[in-house]
Structures are given as C-alpha cells and as structure tokens.
Design a binder for this molecule. Sequence first.
Ligand code: UDP
Length: 239
Amino acid sequence: DAPTTPFHRVLLKLSGEVFGGGRIGLDPAVVAGIAKQIADAVHGGVEVAVVIGGGNFFRGAELQQRGMDRTRADYMGMLGTVMNCLALQDFLEKEGVETRVQSAIAMQQVAEPYIPRRAIRHLEKNRVVIFGAGAGMPFFSTDTVSAQRALEIKCDAVLIAKNGVDGVYDSDPRTNPDAKKLETVTFQDAIVEGLKVVDAAAFSLCMENKLPMVVFGMEGAGNITRALLGEKIGTLVTN
Ligand code: UDP
C-alpha cells in the first residue's frame, strides 16, 4: 500500500497543556478529537509516532520555583506524560487504530520499554507508537525528545502542534501586537533570534541532523490531520 502523502513517517509532538483543556488533568473530549484527527491521517497512509508533553500535570521548572527539588519534580513531569499517552492510546483504539505506548522509564504493566527498532517495526505495521516519559532524564523537555525520537526512528519531519499560536513569529505575538508569522525560517535564525516557540535544544538537534520541523497551530478543525498528511501549514523550519 503505497503512501499517498509526501511524508512516509512523521513524529507529532503534542503539548500536555492541550490534553488538559486549560485545566490540570485530562479533558477526554479534547483527547478524543485529537485521536480522531490522527486516525484520519493514519488511514491516509502516513506512519505516525507521537510524543506528548505533561504540562497539564506538572512542569519540573514550575515545581522547583515552588520549593521542590528539580530532579524529583522533573520525574513527576515525566510520569504525567505517561498518563497522557494512555489517554491518547485509549481514544486511538476506539478509532480502530492499533497503538503501542513505549516509555523511557520502565513500567511494564502499562507500557513497553523504549526500544527503537521495535518502534520502527510497529510503525511499519501501521501502528501508532506513543512515546512516554520524555527522555527519562531530568532537565530535558519533550520538544527535545521529539527531535531525538524522530531522528532515531527515521522520521521525515517533526511536527510541533502548538496551542495559542499558529506558527513561528518574528517576535513574541503574545507581547508584540506587530509580530509577523513566518512562512519559513532557518534553524539558525530561530536560535539566534531567540524565537522560543520551540526550545533551542530541539532546534539545534534538528539543525545538526537536517531534520525539517513544522510548527503549527492545532486549533483549526483538522489541522493535525493536515500537518500529518504534509499539507502546507504553520511555519516550516529547515536548514
Ligand atoms: N521532563 C523531563 N525530561 C524529559 C521530558 C520531560 O524532565 O525528557 C519533565 C519536565 O519537568 C517537564 C515535564 O516533564 O516540565 C513535562 O514536559 P513538558 O514541559 O515538555 O510538557 P509540555 O509543555 O509539552 O506539555
């Protein structure tokens, strides 16, 4: 079954914040909507791996500011991502899409361990592979993990779904009303100009390995499906 899209295999990064629907915890209706969009893309012929953040539960840096030990707080953040993975798995399977969750922190009862070659095998069988627990290491972000996983399992691009912003701007659109959205930008410029929509470590990992990145807004109807199927959307970040 030949792929009908410009992408053969992609990695989709979803922020945890979205899963919470603006609150702490999970909004199942939101997760169901995202799952439907991913299922549509899988049925359209693209292999999809997913990394999910954990911002709807805990962010290590925020807990640190409120007095917690940073590394312990980061582990709590990573555990939060796994709950998001299980929620997405549930709704993807309700859409008839086979899935596997792979965790960077061992938890055999709920997820496979992260085994890259096995992940590739799942993808070849049209299963969606959902990566949980980030890198399994404190001081990392799920953006950076997305770039790393995309490289290791040989994705054609890493697609960063954002909420509240629909691409990369020349300055922060939340503080500068004159900020302009960029159709394309180089990793170099994004890093030098400190465009913080994605973290710098993720930009630099992609740059060093020439992995294209698409930053797009997930708010519009069907945007996730469109991005996965390779439609022009958001901002393309390349070398
Ligand atoms: N985290 C970590 N190492 C990783 C990935 C995540 O320590 O490899 C922790 C970190 O505390 C982070 C939290 O997990 O704040 C949730 O991830 P992130 O902030 O990237 O989620 P998002 O903002 O995308 O929802």
